[in-house]
Write a protein that binds this ligand. Structure first.
Ligand SMILES: [Zn+2]
Length: 304
């Protein structure tokens, strides 16, 4: 016997079933992707570096960006973790259009641009706008890594659809946050700021996210898996941070199981199953979510 709810359905006495949980910011090339399903993650958006390498039954469903579009010498081309070939450098509008077409030809369904003024040069206005416009002509949403004063503002002005990270370099003005909330999606990634020992950037990002969410902005759960010591599955600290930024448990579930994140038509090979009753206490809710695992529809049928 099952009961229906807004977010999922409940197998009485056994647990809850949701649309497959999504981590909207991962780097599969930097982790063991075969562990994610057992950790509750059914779908991912890879935001740089990864290309499909044969069919893997044990992996979540994936949408991917492939190369980072960046300025010559820009982030992450000088970062130790980025392989040669992961970045596509853009100096002119013509470079930008060619770079977008290259990603589309490689099967990308989302575009990643970087504007990290702390780590190096950033895309100029012409290159950025040309990349965004070309991506939109190709039907690809654009996700930006914005870092350094003013970069989030620049990305938004250029028509970027989403931030790969909740802006963390500076407290954004209320009117800017409200304007962003009307059209943008923010991928949370709060826990990378300290991994449990919150930093100043964690506080700035949490404050920005609090106001963005309160203004009606679309939030997606994302962890930047591959960046630092992160669990290969649902990250309880990321959930706690989302609750701390004012999301309710239902809002957290919205952030975890969107139907078409960024408008992407992700496959739904798996659902996410969480054993036991959903707790009312927020701490227990976080622990409960952390026990999720992703199951194929036939694996679920065995439980039902
Ligand atoms: Zn990342």
């Amino acid at each position: 016997m099952t009961g229906q709810s807004f977010h999922g359905h409940f197998l009485h006495g056994r647990g809850a079933v949701y649309r497959g949980f999504l981590d909207a910011h991962v780097h599969l090339a930097l982790i063991d992707p075969g562990q994610l399903v057992d950790g509750g993650i059914a779908r991912v958006i890879d935001l740089g570096g990864w290309l499909p390498n044969g069919k893997r039954e044990d992996m979540p469903d994936v949408a991917y960006a492939y190369q980072f579009l960046t300025a010559p010498g820009g982030y992450p081309s000088q970062a130790g973790w980025a392989e040669p070939g992961w970045c596509r450098e853009i100096a002119t509008a013509a470079d930008a259009a060619a770079a977008v077409d290259l990603q589309a030809a490689a099967g990308a369904s989302v575009l990643k641009v970087t504007l990290n003024a702390v780590a190096g040069p950033v895309l100029n206005a012409k290159g950025l706008t040309a990349a965004v416009d070309r991506a939109h002509e190709c039907g690809l949403p654009v996700v930006a890594h914005a870092e350094g004063a003013g970069q989030a503002d620049r990305a938004f002005a250029a028509g970027v659809d989403a931030f790969a990270h909740t802006p963390f370099s500076e407290r954004l003005a209320d009117d800017l946050v409200t304007a962003m909330a009307a059209s943008m999606t923010w991928i949370s990634t709060l826990d990378i700021h300290g991994w449990g020992t919150p930093t100043e950037a964690f506080d700035i990002a949490s404050d920005n996210l609090h106001r963005f969410h309160a203004a009606g902005g679309r939030v997606l759960y994302g962890t930047d898996l591959g960046n630092g010591p992160l669990v290969l599955g649902i990250n309880r600290r990321e959930i706690s941070a989302l609750l701390g930024a004012g999301l309710t448990p239902d809002d957290v579930l919205d952030a975890l199981c969107p139907r078409a994140p960024l408008g992407l038509a992700l496959a739904d090979t798996r659902v996410t199953f969480i054993p036991g009753e959903r707790p009312r206490d927020p701490d227990e809710f976080t622990e409960w979510l952390g026990s999720a695992r992703a199951l194929t529809h036939s694996e679920l049928e065995v439980l039902e």
